[in-house]
Design a protein around this ligand. Structure first.
Ligand code: 0UX
Ligand code: ZN
Length: 376
């Protein structure tokens, strides 16, 4: 483990078009970018042991401020040594600030300049989240990369509503930075908002640069706008952020979303898709998507993907995976989640190599050519 006095740092290794390959250095280890971050919802990447998550190639995972503040409580996790110790993951952890979740999960909630008041979806207890409290919770959890407390407007929303929401998030970003203080070895990322409106996105980028952050996220996307609108924003938004800092696209995505985002200058992403799909029998492969519950797999002796080196593909047939999924066996979620996370990390590793070798365009063409549309 690196010394705590070591600062957080980002170094670009290569660039190919707008795509970048680099390394983020933290006291808990290095993160190779472009990076995909698996999601640990309630201090666990569901159906995976931490050592299995590491074996897939993940350098960093996401913790969940909203869930952990409700149960078991941030102060309790701190008393028990912090989130790394609690969940036995000694590499970097990034935590979201909780706001996005409140807006998508909590029941009754009230949004004011001060923050958000809501009732827990677990036991109905009342909670109050502000930029200051979010920074305190993320510090108690001990995460290495902290996200500003922001508001992600639900779509559809008028330009006026998106503008007001973005400006509130920028005021909250300043309060987040003030409350974060100076924590060597820990990073604070600002979050750009502004919907799909270029002028608002650029106003948000300027506001964040004025405050100054260790990294910059593109928020407010992957909320139902569709891939075309999302790529439309990504055609210009990453370029309005500092080129010497990591750029994190929140909540993305399907494999082709990820490739398109890296192509447009994104360095980090997170998504529940590979783990959640693993539990619902949806398997991503370089040849397309396999829905393992489909009867066509019942007698198929082949692995999910002949070219994959994960435990599911090295040890089991589609027939077996079909059987244990249908039977509701736990091993089904374990093997399919492992495969999906392994495959997502495989895409990232291939893109990193392609960018370093200056052949990203060719790699991307091969990626799209290999994927039959629909079920295989
Ligand atoms: C899916 N689309 C999307 N996501 C988004 C997120 C959450 C990112 N994932 C973190 C998260 C969210 C949930 C589920 C897991 C664990 C934990 C709780 C943290 C990942 C976002 N988070 C913040 N703070 N702001 C956004 O604008 C935003 C936009 C998103 N658009
Ligand atoms: Zn596999």
């Amino acid at each position: 483990m690196g010394s705590a006095s070591m600062r957080f740092g980002f170094g670009k290794v290569a660039q190919d078009g707008a795509a970048r390959a680099g390394v983020i250095r933290t006291p808990r280890g290095e993160i190779r970018t472009p990076a995909f971050m698996p999601v640990g919802t309630a201090a666990t990447v569901k159906a995976m042991l931490p050592e299995s998550v590491a074996a897939t190639g993940a350098d960093i995972l996401l913790g969940n401020t909203y869930h952990l503040m409700l149960r078991p409580g941030a102060e309790r996790v701190a008393r028990l040594g912090g989130l790394h110790r609690f969940m036995n993951w000694q590499r970097p952890i990034l935590t979201d600030s909780g706001g996005f979740q409140v807006m998508s999960l909590a029941g009754l909630r009230k949004l004011t300049e001060e923050g958000v008041t809501f009732r827990s979806h677990i036991d109905g207890s009342k909670h109050h989240l502000t930029p200051e409290r979010s920074m305190e919770i993320q510090a108690l959890l001990g995460s290495d990369i902290v996200m500003c407390f922001d508001e992600c407007p639900a779509l559809p929303a008028s330009d006026k509503a998106v503008a007001e929401s973005m400006r509130l998030s920028m005021r909250w970003a300043a309060r987040s930075k003030e409350a974060f203080g100076d924590r060597p070895g820990h990073a604070l990322f600002g979050i750009m908002q502004g919907g799909v409106t270029r002028a608002l996105r650029e106003e948000s980028a300027e506001a964040l640069k004025e405050i100054g952050f260790d990294g910059y996220a593109v928020g407010g996307l992957a909320v139902g706008e569709g891939q075309e609108a999302m790529f439309g924003v990504l055609d210009y938004a990453p370029g309005s952020l500092p080129e010497d800092r990591p750029r994190y696209l929140m909540g993305v995505g399907k494999p082709d979303d990820i490739v398109g985002a890296v192509k447009r200058g994104i360095d980090m992403m997170d998504c529940v898709l590979p783990s959640r799909s693993g539990r619902t029998g949806q398997v991503f492969t370089r040849h397309g998507v396999v829905n393992i519950k489909n009867a066509r797999h019942q007698d198929d002796p082949r692995p999910l993907d002949e070219d994959c080196t994960c435990p599911a593909c090295c040890g089991y047939s589609r027939a077996y995976l079909h059987h244990v999924f249908r039977a509701g066996e736990m091993i089904s979620g374990m093997l399919l989640t492992w495969h999906n996370l392994h495959y997502f990390q495989q895409i990232m590793a291939e893109m990193r190599a392609a960018i370093v070798e200056g052949r990203f365009t060719e790699w991307e063409a091969g990626f799209h050519a290999g994927r039959a549309q629909g079920d295989i």
